[in-house]
Design a protein around this ligand. Structure first.
Ligand code: SAM
Length: 277
């Protein structure tokens, strides 16, 4: 085999290697090559790029990333049953695909490449948010993250103030990255279909966070505020153990406002006051 065109259709691959979807591994496979191509394109040009894919499974998105021109693709898959199918893809795209049989939650993927990489993945839903939080901690090594989440998580990542989905994840992601909702994918596009709609989101880490603040302090203040999101801030910030009304006044925020009304800029102002108190 010399290229991806010679590879069998994904349904055949699944049958040949007995890849019955395993619920505990969040396995909902995408077999539509138009869709996998569309996801890969959300990451921008892949020419000359190193790409990390989490959970390649039978390899639909893997093939799309290689077809889009990625120079090097490191695919991390926990399920050993998928390895023979992925070995066939590696043979069809010589010297471009490396498959690592490991748990994405445990592995330090930044040790596998030099410089920067792009992450592209149809994530297993049960570990999607912890993986995103982990990558935000290593964001200087990633030029972009194009990730498929269940729609409800994508809503939280991209939410604006005064909406139900707005909260800790929205503030952390938007403070550290530019976030962009790409498109929704119906459950029918997957084998087997999940219960929920999926959404592709691209996050591009900022050179520096949007406003100055210490991350640990910001996360603490935001957690306290949203811990009791319906209460006024003068009450919800009490567990922080510093005079809430005084802090709010110094940050220029009315004490009667509620967590979901505050912008990232205002939370950063509050975090700076808290750190100085
Ligand atoms: N990329 C394939 C596709 O789009 O058809 C499969 C996506 S499926 C939603 C999630 C994949 O992640 C499965 O192949 C599953 O085995 C793998 N997976 C689940 N948990 C994992 C983990 N902790 N580390 C690495 N891979 C994992």
């Amino acid at each position: 085999m010399v290229d991806g065109d010679a590879l069998p259709p994904l349904r055949e691959v699944i049958a040949r290697y007995g890849l019955n979807a395993e619920k505990s591994l969040g396995q909902n496979f995408l077999l539509d090559l138009n869709l996998t191509g569309r996801i890969a394109r959300c990451a921008g040009s892949l020419q000359g790029e190193t790409v990390i894919e989490i959970g390649p499974g039978p390899g639909g998105l893997t093939r799309a990333i290689l077809d889009a021109g990625a120079k090097r693709l490191i695919a991390i898959e926990k399920d050993t049953r998928c390895l023979p199918a992925l070995a066939d893809i590696a043979a069809a795209y010589p010297d471009r695909l490396e498959v690592v049989n490991d748990d994405a939650l445990e592995i330090d993927e930044t040790a596998l490449f030099d410089g920067k990489a792009k992450i592209i993945a149809n994530l297993p839903y049960n570990v999607a948010t912890p993986l995103l939080i982990k990558w935000l901690g290593e964001r200087e090594r990633f030029s972009s993250l194009t990730l498929m989440f269940q729609k409800e998580v994508a809503d939280r990542i991209t939410a604006v103030p005064r909406t139900k989905a707005y909260g800790r994840l929205s503030i952390l992601c938007q403070w550290l990255c530019e976030t962009r909702r790409e498109f929704d994918i119906s459950p029918r596009a997957f084998t087997p279909p999940p219960k929920v709609t999926s959404t592709v989101v691209t996050l591009r880490p900022r050179e520096t966070p949007l406003y100055p603040a210490d991350q640990e302090v910001l996360e603490k203040v935001v957690a306290a505020a949203f811990g009791q999101r319906r209460k006024m801030l003068r009450a919800s910030l009490k567990p922080l153990g510093k005079p809430a009304e005084e802090m709010l006044e110094k940050a220029g925020i009315a004490p009667t406002r509620r967590a979901e009304e505050l912008t990232t800029q205002e939370f950063c102002a509050l975090a700076r006051v808290y750190a100085d108190q």
